[in-house]
Write a protein that binds this ligand. Structure first.
Ligand code: CA
Ligand code: CA
Ligand code: CA
Length: 495
């Protein structure tokens, strides 16, 4: 089995520390809870049997929807799940992306799986400095999606010694415009694909290693935006992970919006003098590639430091029909679950601290702008251990997002039969498609010796965007219909 890798296990050092300091406004900010040292020399081998295998991957998947707190038992593998470039105190689909990248890079035994934000950048004159990682073709020519309605991407299962586990490889399932299953395809590149984005006539597929790929309806496609460095005004802006044999740096593109000849991406790493922070970027297609046209960031909160919320969780972006830009940050530290709206020229119009709302939303995920209702939808990526079979989805009128009033949802939808929501897509005709997964066994704490865990089952729900107030929908099970157990991305492409 080629993906198994062995290495020497060294003694494990247990260290938990937490720092406190006062910010400029007098508020107490906490440094990160340094739980990673628990994971020292474990790498991805969560059950510590000396090999990395689908057992470990299944254990990681079993941790989805959880919150990292200081009372997580030191024998729990949970802190070792929330690592890499999505270490934010939450375990969700972004940790799957981080793991997949680490698996692809062969970082099975690396203790931190972390990579620095910035590496050594050789500056050359001009705005377009370098492009790396551009490859010939990454999308299989047989992947034809004409007449398809709904696309799901996710993780299926594999058998090891007669026992079923979650597989690392990525599968895409296609459904027709009535939601009936058509077919599934194993992806030829299965190590970094993590999101679909509507690209008009084509589909854009995000890959944590390669950047943004374009997938044409007739099959085939390749990289349209690879790992790139720009000089923008007085800053250096790095997009994607810059893979280097000695030391890679940067962050993968986690989300993008395709709008005519512009691409909006998040996150990008900005270096200005001695500060480094995250932003979203607008790029415009020119005859020599994409030029960086605009950055979107909160200048009051942006520098990554002790005096600010932790904005290293910048993860999702949406654009409304007036070109206004919405950004979502999720981080379980210093009230860092945030929603922003900017105008297209980069001026911040409003920000909302989602965990300071009367009904706080932790780990916001699945940001989706629905054009007909002019509403912004997202969900909490935490599941409620008291109600493990319900997920909460919120819809906000965009005027309310722009208003300085306390943000209140126009719609609050409880999705029954769904434990952990991973992604939302709008058909832009009044329906949201919601996906995620449900675990039949949800212990309070995860332990490696509880393996084998029961495999999670895929879920799909439809939500109308004309309603108001509280409502309930039931998710249907796709178990036995699609080979995907854990859907990680969804896109409506029907007419
Ligand atoms: Ca193992
Ligand atoms: Ca995480
Ligand atoms: Ca988005």
């Amino acid at each position: 089995m080629m993906y198994f890798k062995q290495w020497v296990i060294l003694p494990v050092v247990l260290l938990v520390s937490m720092g406190l300091c006062l910010g400029l406004d007098g508020a107490a900010y906490v440094d990160g809870i340094h739980l990673d040292s628990i994971c020292l020399n474990i790498g991805l081998d969560l059950n510590r049997d000396g090999v990395f295998s689908p057992e470990d991957y299944t254990l990681m998947i079993s941790g989805l929807g959880r919150l990292m707190t200081a009372d997580v038992p030191t024998t729990s593998p949970l802190p070792c799940i929330d690592r890499g470039f999505t270490q934010d105190g939450y375990t969700d689909v972004y940790d799957i992306i981080s793991w997949d990248w680490a698996i692809h890079r062969g970082m099975y035994g690396d203790c931190s799986l972390d990579i620095p934000l910035v590496g050594d950048v050789n500056l050359l004159p001009g705005t377009y400095l370098e492009a790396e990682g551009l490859s010939e073709t990454s999308i299989d020519a047989n992947l034809v999606f004409q007449d398809t309605g709904l696309l799901l991407m996710g993780k299926g299962s594999t058998f090891i010694g007669g026992q079923e586990y979650v597989d690392f490889n990525t599968t895409i399932s296609m459904f027709d415009t009535d939601g009936l299953f058509e077919k599934s395809l194993a992806m030829p590149r299965s190590d970094g694909l993590h999101r679909f984005v509507d690209g008009g006539d084509s589909i854009y597929v995000l890959d944590s290693e390669q950047g943004i790929l374009e997938w044409s309806p007739e099959g085939g496609g390749g990289v349209v935006l690879g790992n790139t460095t720009y000089q923008y005004q007085d800053s250096i802006v790095q997009i994607g992970i810059h893979v280097n044999e000695v030391q890679s740096s940067g962050r993968p593109i986690l989300d993008c919006v395709v709008d005519q000849d512009a691409l909006y991406v998040v996150p990008v790493v900005v270096t200005r003098e001695d500060t480094v922070y995250f932003a979203a970027a607008k790029l415009r297609l020119t005859d020599h590639g994409y030029d960086l046209k605009q950055l979107y960031y909160d200048s009051n909160l942006a520098p990554v430091g002790r005096e600010s919320p932790n904005l290293q969780g910048l993860r999702e972006i949406e654009i409304d029909s007036d070109g206004q830009v919405y950004l979502l940050n999720a981080h379980n530290q210093n009230d860092s679950d945030l929603l922003w709206v900017f105008n297209n020229d980069g001026e911040m119009l409003n920000r909302h601290f989602l965990n300071r709302l009367p009904e706080p939303i932790q780990n916001p995920i699945g940001l989706c702008y629905d054009v007909p209702s002019e509403r912004l939808y997202f969900a909490s990526g935490l599941y409620d251990q008291n109600q493990p079979n319900k997920a909460s989805l919120y819809g906000y009128d965009r005027q309310d997002v722009l208003s300085q009033n306390i943000l209140e949802p126009t719609q609050h939808i409880e999705v029954a039969n769904l434990q952990h929501l991973t992604a939302i897509a709008s058909d832009q005709q009044g329906t949201l498609w919601v996906t995620g997964t449900t675990f039949t066994k949800t212990p309070e704490h995860l332990f490696a010796y509880d393996l084998p865990y029961a495999l999670p089952a895929p879920r799909l729900a439809q939500v109308g965007t004309v309603g108001q107030g509280e409502s309930h929908v039931d998710a249907i099970s796709l178990y036995g219909i699609t080979p995907i157990n854990v859907p990680t991305a969804i896109l409506w492409i029907g007419q």
